[in-house]
Write a protein that binds this ligand. Structure first.
Ligand code: SF4
Length: 281
């Protein structure tokens, strides 16, 4: 797909990923969508946000991709599930956007994070964008559920300085109930990252009544600690900031009555990870 068909980049800026965005790439012909996924010349992005201090080390620019193969009950960005809700952007455009921040990101010990949605739904685009970003000397970070990790080659993994790996549940049935998918590929990707000594930060979303089972958390903690490459664990308290998106999109939302976890529950969960020898926050 030639660059001149691309929607201009201005629509990419967003105050936060919590902005509801739909149908931004709806006019893109199906054949172009398929070609984009195959070649990675073009990607679909929900938005770019700047100044994030929670998506990797230092201050980050984050590109939020659209498209996800999972349907996590607690997902707070269901508008990112559909690929064509995103803006079509070429690798060159995305890299140009990042170039603007190169110096500042270096000063602030930050970098670029590709998040989503699930970035590896667009693994060819992700690989090309990471390569372009590394060439600019910017620290790169991939925030992923790991399910499509096998689609990145070993050489491509070398262009990712840090993986933020979401581990959602240990028990296979629980994982399937929570996400709609098997956790086998994610655990396999975690082991591969360990073998290749790629740095990982584990992310664990804590939802009262859903992901607060102590033994389950202990299992994940033991697994993560045993890998040897997990630098830290971020326990992410569930919140209701994405609820309005379900209402606006007409998607049934099952967690309407769930409260965010108490400070005690968050601290207790961090302690469970620390007990396995990990740093947890
Ligand atoms: S993997 Fe992430 S983007 Fe996909 S449904 Fe789960 S929380 Fe949402």
């Amino acid at each position: 797909m030639p660059d001149e068909t691309v929607t201009p980049a201005p629509a990419l800026g967003a105050k936060s990923p919590f902005e509801l965005r739909v149908d931004l790439g709806k006019g893109v012909p199906e054949t172009d969508v398929r070609s984009a996924l195959k070649t990675g010349e073009m990607g679909f992005l929900h938005s770019f946000t700047t100044g994030s201090a929670v998506d990797g080390p230092g201050m980050r620019v984050v590109a939020w991709t659209t498209g996800c193969m999972w349907r996590c009950l607690y997902c707070h960005n269901p508008d990112t599930w559909t690929l064509t809700n995103g803006v079509p952007v070429s690798v060159a455009q995305a890299a140009e956007e990042l170039r603007k921040y190169r110096t500042g990101l270096g000063v602030m010990h930050g970098g670029f994070t590709l998040s989503g949605g699930e970035p590896l739904m667009q693994h060819r685009f992700a690989a090309r964008l990471f390569a372009a970003t590394k060439e600019m000397g910017i620290h790169t970070c991939l925030d992923t559920n790991g399910y499509y990790g096998e689609h990145l080659s070993d050489a491509e993994l070398e262009t990712v300085d840090l993986v933020l790996l979401d581990l959602k549940a240990w028990d296979a049935e629980r994982h399937e109930r929570l996400t709609g998918a098997d956790n086998g590929p994610t655990l396999a990707f975690a082991r591969r990252l360990a073998e290749r000594r790629r740095p990982v930060w584990v992310r664990y979303v804590l939802v009262p009544g859903l992901t607060d089972d102590r033994e389950e958390i202990a299992q994940i903690a033991r697994f993560a600690a045993g890998l040897g490459n997990v630098e830290r664990v971020d326990v992410l308290p569930f919140h209701q900031m994405g609820r309005f998106k379900y209402e606006r999109l007409g998607i049934p939302y099952q967690l309407g009555d769930v409260e965010p976890p108490s400070q005690e529950l968050v601290e207790g969960t961090c302690e469970a990870f620390r007990a396995a020898g990990l740093k947890a926050y």
